[in-house]
Design a protein around this ligand. Sequence first.
Ligand code: NAD
Length: 370
Amino acid sequence: MTLTFEHVTLGQRVRFGTGKAAQNLSAEVDRLGATRVMVIASEFEAPIVERVSAGIDVALYYSDVAPHVPIEKAEKARAAAIEHGIDLLVCVGGGSTTGLAKAVAMTTKLPIIAVPTTYAGSEATNVWGLTEASRKATGVDNNVLPGTVIYDAELTFSLPPRLSVASGLNALAHCVDSMWAPRADPINQALGAEGIRALASGLPRIKDNPQDLPGREQALYGAYLSAVAFASAGSGMHHKICHVLGGAYNMPHAETHATVLPYVLAFNAPFAPDAERRIAAALGADDAVTGLNALRSTLDAPTALKEHGLLEANIPQAVELILPAIPAGNPRPVTAANLEELLRAAYSGTTPASDPATSDPTRNKEASHV
Ligand code: NAD
């Protein structure tokens, strides 16, 4: 069998070291020769920022951060960067904070150093997101890709266990979707599988003890791999569903991903046997769905969309919005009926299970990407 694929690797420097964020940031600012640094972080992230920026001169601290990057906030931040003659953006925080730095870089072309404090993974993608009149638009632009990412597991100690679990499962969803997303390839799949292994080993330790350093390091490492795989593979069925739910019904990002993931895995797994086996192996389980259910139960993960703002009455409209967005190459053909069934199960939180009767061995061969 021949192996043919095209893969794009985004250029990025990663500095990973516990307790080293301040030192690594100072070295990177020197390396870039920047003298007018704008540090972006929300007020919640302020105590972390103080530690991280201790070794650099900061021209502007900027804290007007909001979820999903409202366009007005982006324009205000862009104006502030220009007014202060900024030559480097440093963002310290979760995906919302990274998102604001990306919005500034989009128009100003300023370089970004990202210091992530959740497992969202935005720091490793060239994808931006902006919200205007309650509609979230996303796009790809290499100007928004942070040139350097600085990971320091100590900065995640303060992330509460519930949010750590949801954010970590959001990262795991990047890995799973990378197995069958439109540009899935053997490199994305290898990164995704290692990401699943790292997250599955780290998250239970964090759930038991939020200060567990090896657990935090594994989760952060897994989150990076997940984002690299996702950036290259693109959005699969899972991300298309969550993007619509988040935008149309104002649902929380990490919790929505954490809840929907097992239903998409159960839906696609019988039609993607290679991916299923890789996910199962990475989870250390006999089959992928059972392995993910067991991990989610250990983590006491979010289980039902009704607990995160979705109304049962929203489901028919959600089906209409999601269906046209599902990638044509999804392993299992998606119809309004089977999508509605998936959403109803995720809404109420029934245990996700693959239905062997839906398995189609002929299609399996076509659907597997390696
Ligand atoms: P978030 O950035 O909104 O953070 C969630 C909350 O956690 C915030 O209140 C934040 O202040 C707090 N927080 C962050 N780090 C903390 C820490 N270490 N300790 C204590 N509190 C902390 O949420 P998120 O899940 O990180 O990011 C979600 C956003 O990122 C969404 O808007 C999503 O669309 C975007 N995103 C974008 C991409 C991309 O490629 N562009 C990828 C993933 C996510």
